[in-house]
Design a protein around this ligand. Sequence first.
Ligand SMILES: O=C(CO)[C@@H](O)[C@H](O)COP(=O)(O)O
Ligand SMILES: [Co+2]
Length: 214
Amino acid sequence: MVKIAPSILSADFAAMGDAVREMERAGADLIHVDVMDGHFVPNLTFGPPMVSAIRPHTRLPLDVHLMVEDPGWLVPLFIRAGADYVTVHEEGTPHLHRVVTAIREGGAKAGVALNPATPLAMVEDILEELDMVLLMSVNPGFGGQSFIPKALERVERLKAMIETRGLSTLIEVDGGVTAGNADQLKRAGADILVAGSAVFGAPDRPKAIRELRG
Ligand SMILES: O=C(CO)[C@@H](O)[C@H](O)COP(=O)(O)O
Ligand SMILES: [Co+2]
């Protein structure tokens, strides 16, 4: 069954402990933490202290999405803070193999994220080392943007690549995910759907999670 990862980028920043507790009760599978550095993307969010602050409030895995230029130095800090998944962007990571190895050696699961215009070929030679590939379905930097439909076909092609090689790499889709496109994404092969505004903007959040899961 597809997993749902609400993004706390759309939560109330003054009440993050409440937000993650609420998401666990509402049936979420992971908590997605969007880290933005003001360089790789034109927005600034939070660092390792946010992860250590929310860690005691949930047993759900913390799925840290680093939208950061050259993020290698941050990896041990986020793992120490309690991250379960650490995902770095291919476009911002000059020594991708080194960073992915450091994530795994640090005891976390390693993900690589691709922007909407980055060819899937950029993860082809490192796929065996990855627990997850995050396909962006918006340009990173902000919540609440519209889904880029081309992402569906990219999920299908990546799924085929993973299956052909007999791997169990997960596909996470991030950006503009709604109840209206979740079914198609699942059929295309998505394993985890990130949803910010579709969950936190809904009047009934548990229902929104159920509808995304289908
Ligand atoms: O990484 C990002 C944005 O850069 C995402 O995780 C967004 O936070 C998802 O928000 P919605 O598009 O679901 O509102
Ligand atoms: Co994200």
